[in-house]
Design a protein. Sequence first.
Length: 270
Amino acid sequence: MIARRSRRSFLKQAGALTLASALASCRGSSSPGKVVWLMSHEATRKRWAESTIIPGFRREHPEITVELLTVPWAEHESTLLAMSAAGNTPDVFSQDGQVGAATFLQQKLLRPLDDMIDKYGWDLGNIPENSRRLWTFNGKLYGVPMFILGSFIFFNRDHFDQARMPYPPTDWDDPSWTWDEMIRRAQALTKNLGNPDTAQYGLYIAMPDLYPGVPWLFGADVWLASDYAKGIATSIDLSTPSVVAAIQAKADLMNSARVSPSAAAVDALT
């Protein structure tokens, strides 16, 4: 009973203070009086856990110890799955790596949080519905989102100033910022392509060609909408005209518009 209450209270503390993206394990490993929390190692997040979340929880439950386990980002999922296979699944873990919650759900590593939300009166109204939907499967919420990252544009102001080109807009809804307009400005920034020592490329999109984010930019998707809801992929379609057009558009940045470096040039620059 203590172990069960400790997990619920720990999640309550994390949610009340920060709305952390903590996931409750459905078969926790800790002994009575201890909660095991696994997260990937990142200095700021570790300080937050040690200075805010854990002390706040201990003030409510001084009889319970919190064991914080941190592992390198690249080892987060493999560590979690290895601990689970060994019967030592952590009580709470954060989805900090590349594997999504759907994988953890299929591995039966999660328990729904709806009963805790109702019992403790969590107000999730300040979390966008689309973000909550990412963690909802079969009508139940399995994670509390802390932040959602998008695609970012980084640009060199000096290069834009020298080319007398306006900076990319900061308004998400600005209708003037289109794919063609992006290429137009990139062409003004591109120069000296014949000299590898002084070549300047106007644009580089770091997303891989087959990464879903490229088709998303064009309103296309390689996955079925029903698969998102179920949390398991049943098929992938890379041959639809909209997906092909999106991947071709990215390739054209290098081949026809000539504003992006080739893969070999990227390797050399790196």
